[in-house]
Design a protein around this ligand. Structure first.
Ligand code: AMP
Ligand code: ZN
Length: 472
């Protein structure tokens, strides 16, 4: 089934067709490393992980890029306040971010460019815009993007959000990285050095200074993924000005369409308000771990709501996540017992037809990541499977087929516990070979395989329900 996604550019659900068959270039705006990320931020990164996993599940070869914003207004302010160096300060939060990313079961992006390591590319991009007459140096020494000049080239400013240009006053400029859509104005690409910047500046043809936040993402994404690429993601607050400015800078410099599909995730709320640092209504992952929750439970909770719907965070909701996961774990644990022997055969057999679970889940997730229907399919399957297990009406082969299906869809959800005692594929294959040898009455071979399994740290035992594998 073809994958469909809601594209903010067209304001509609579209069938996904990448620029190059079979391959997807995907960029998600990464963290600004000036503090620990809160779980509102994590909602967006877990959403990006879901998109990536769904694309991989659909057979695409994905290149996932997530930048690290390690230079912008807030960072400079904090470095100054903490009397530390830029790298020392951002390094600490970058490490914490990557630890949390792992704890939340997210696949690590293939490329994680840091803005401070792309200064040459950023300068080159600004030079292109200056050469095309779209950027100019103002009296404050900074370089700005001219919206009027950009529009004069036949380009469209306001692709993601409808903007009211009647209220815009020509020549107005904004130098800070964050501003409201009421103040559509020329925005800073290169900020001239000021005393508050301390020793945080780089030389450039426009004078000493530092890049604006928006140009960083244009430069990094195009350097790693090319001038035109498939997917760009972020939280919905980034539509304007950040993403609109990224489009303007990139298309203004290259004259080519920048991104084919824009995906935006809705916010995580607390009592109806966006979870944010400025409102102080936030939890970091660390706060929740200190309360006894796990990254896996937080991931589950963040994955329960559709990505385009706002979602209210509560600690009760998180306790509910614990219960829901326990139900899945129990069912999968029983299936592992029941289907262990037959699993290698089922996994190796391309003829095995997809189970109901797989079909229902695929239909749901392909429909603009309909996660509620996807969980619906999972819990319906848990109910049915538990019933069959109680009735003893599930053969080992059926159990293995169900388990194989669960493993496939869990590659999208990423919520199964991978315990250390999980039996490695090699041991499973040996156990399977031993069963075959016994069936063929080749007991010598069966015993030799049992010894080999033992030498590898496992004991294989026969039981009325089939074989059991135990770690020594
Ligand atoms: P920042 O580190 O502030 O640049 O934000 C990182 C990502 O988190 C961005 O994509 C934001 O849109 C997203 N974000 C910030 N607050 C929330 C929230 N309450 N819910 C969901 N995403 C958020
Ligand atoms: Zn960005």
């Amino acid at each position: 089934m073809a994958l469909k996604l809601f594209n903010t550019l067209s304001r509609s659900v579209q069938e996904f067709a990448p620029l190059h068959p079979g391959k997807v270039g995907m960029y998600c705006c990464g963290p600004t490393v000036y503090d620990f990320a809160h779980i509102g931020n994590w909602r967006t990164f877990v959403f990006a992980d879901l998109v990536r996993r769904t694309l991989e599940f659909s057979g695409y070869d994905v290149k996932h890029v997530m930048n690290i914003t390690d230079i912008e207004d807030k960072i400079i302010k904090r470095v100054r306040e903490n009397k530390t160096t830029l790298r020392e300060f951002t390094g600490k939060f970058e490490t914490a971010f990557l630890d949390d990313l792992k704890a939340l079961g997210c696949r690590e992006p293939h490329v994680k460019p840091r803005a401070t390591e792309y200064i040459a590319e950023i300068i080159a991009l600004i030079e292109k815009l200056v050469a095309r007459g779209i950027a100019y140096k103002a009296s404050d020494g900074s370089v700005y993007f001219s919206i009027t000049k950009y529009q004069g080239c036949g380009c469209n400013y306001g692709q993601l959000l409808k903007l009211n240009f009647d209220e815009m006053r020509a020549g107005e400029r904004v130098s800070s990285d964050e501003y409201e859509k009421e103040s559509v104005a020329d925005f800073a690409l290169w900020k001239a050095r000021v005393p508050d910047d301390g020793d945080i500046f780089w030389p450039s043809p426009f004078g000493e200074g530092r890049p604006g936040w928006h140009i960083e993402c244009s430069a990094m994404s195009m350097k790693v993924l090319g001038e035109s690429f498939d997917l760009h993601l972020g939280g919905e607050d980034l539509k304007f000005p950040h993403h609109e400015d990224e489009i303007a800078q990139s298309e203004g410099a290259t004259g080519k369409p920048f991104v084919k599909y824009w995906l935006h995730g809705a916010h995580l709320l607390v009592e109806g308000k966006k979870m944010s640092k400025s409102l102080g209504n936030y939890f970091t992952l660390r706060d929740l771990v200190a309360k006894g929750f796990t990254g896996r439970e937080v991931r589950y909770l963040l994955l329960t709501a559709h990505y385009r719907e706002t979602f209210n965070f509560t600690l009760d909701g998180l306790a509910g996540a614990k219960t829901a996961l326990a139900r899945i774990d129990e069912c999968v644990g029983k299936l592992r017992e029941a289907g262990r022997d037959a699993l290698p055969r089922v996994q190796a057999d391309p003829q095995v037809s997809p189970t109901e679970l797989e079909k229902n889940f695929t239909d749901a997730i392909s429909e603009d990541l309909n996660i509620s229907a996807a969980w619906g399919a999972v819990f319906e399957w848990v109910r049915e499977t538990n019933k069959k297990l109680t009735e003893n009406s599930l053969s080992a082969a059926d159990a293995a087929a169900n388990l194989a299906a669960w493993d496939k869809i869990d590659a999208v959800l990423g919520i199964s516990v991978k315990t250390e005692t999980e039996v490695p594929a090699e041991i499973l294959a040996l156990a399977e070979a031993r069963t075959e040898a016994k069936k063929a009455k080749d007991f010598k071979r069966a015993d030799a395989i049992r010894d080999e399994v033992k030498a590898k740290g496992w004991i294989v035992e026969d039981s009325p329900k089939g074989i059991k594998l135990k770690k020594i």
